[in-house]
Write a new protein. Structure first.
Length: 216
C-alpha cells in the first residue's frame, strides 16, 4: 500500500481550430513549424483516441491527409513510418515531421505547390477532467479501478498524459514507478504498443501485467 493514491478521472475533450491551414506541402512545412505543441500532439497521438477501434490505418493525420488529399502515397508512407514512441519531446517529433516533408519536396519540387483536394486544418484538444469516485493505493485496487474505466478515461491516463509528461511515460507507469517503486512494471506498461492495439486490447495487456506482478 502507498500513501500516494492513484486518482482515476473521467475526461472529455473540446476540439479547437488553430490558425494554421495547409493547402499544399509547402504550406504544411510552415504549419508544422509554427503550430502549437498541442496541435502536433492532436494530429499524431490523439488520432489514437478517435480511431481506437482500428489497427489498420495510417498512424497520424498528416500521413492520412497527404494520401487522401494529395495522392502522395510515398510521402504518406514515410510520415506513417514515424513512430511517436521514439520521441521524448514534441519538438523532436515536430522536427522529424517537417524534415520528412521538406526532403520530399526537395526531391519532388513540382509536388510542393500542388493544391490538395481538401485543406488540412490544424486542430488541438483541451481536456476537461473530473475525479471518479474511486482511487487506488494497492495494485489490487488499481486493477479493479482499471476494469471500470471508460475508453475516454483510459485514453486520458495512458495516452493523453504523455503530452503533460513530455512524452516520456504515462500516468499508470508514472504511478507504478514513483508511488510503488515498481520500475520494471512501469517500463513494461509503457512499452505496450499503442499502434497495434486498440484501447481495449491495451487495457487487457496492462491488466495482464498487473496480474503477473501481483501473482509474483
Amino acid at each position: 500500500m502507498t500513501d500516494q493514491a492513484f486518482q482515476f478521472v473521467t475526461a472529455s475533450y473540446i476540439t479547437r481550430v488553430e490558425h494554421q491551414r495547409a493547402t499544399n506541402l509547402t504550406e504544411l512545412i510552415g504549419c508544422l513549424e509554427s503550430a502549437e505543441d498541442g496541435a502536433i500532439f492532436y494530429h499524431t497521438f490523439q488520432t489514437l483516441r478517435r480511431y481506437h477501434f482500428l489497427t489498420e490505418r495510417f498512424s497520424n493525420d498528416f500521413a492520412q491527409w497527404v494520401l487522401a488529399s494529395l495522392n502522395q502515397a510515398e510521402l504518406a508512407e514515410q510520415l506513417a513510418g514515424i513512430d511517436v514512441r521514439d520521441y521524448v519531446s514534441i519538438e523532436e517529433l515536430r522536427a522529424d515531421l517537417r524534415r520528412t516533408v521538406l526532403e520530399f519536396c526537395d526531391g519532388n519540387p513540382k509536388e510542393a505547390l500542388r493544391t490538395a483536394f481538401e485543406p488540412l486544418h490544424f486542430l488541438s484538444a483541451t481536456s476537461v477532467t473530473l475525479p471518479l469516485a474511486w482511487d487506488a493505493r494497492t495494485l489490487a485496487g488499481f486493477r479493479a479501478g482499471l476494469e471500470r474505466l471508460s475508453h475516454a478515461s483510459f485514453y486520458h491516463h495512458f495516452i493523453a498524459s504523455r503530452l503533460r509528461l513530455q512524452l516520456r511515460t504515462n500516468d499508470f507507469s508514472h504511478w507504478f514507478s514513483t508511488a510503488l517503486g515498481l520500475e520494471n512494471l512501469a517500463a513494461r506498461a509503457n512499452a505496450i504498443d499503442i499502434y497495434t492495439n486498440t484501447l481495449d486490447t491495451a487495457r487487457a495487456q496492462l491488466i495482464a501485467l498487473v496480474d503477473r506482478e501481483v501473482g509474483g
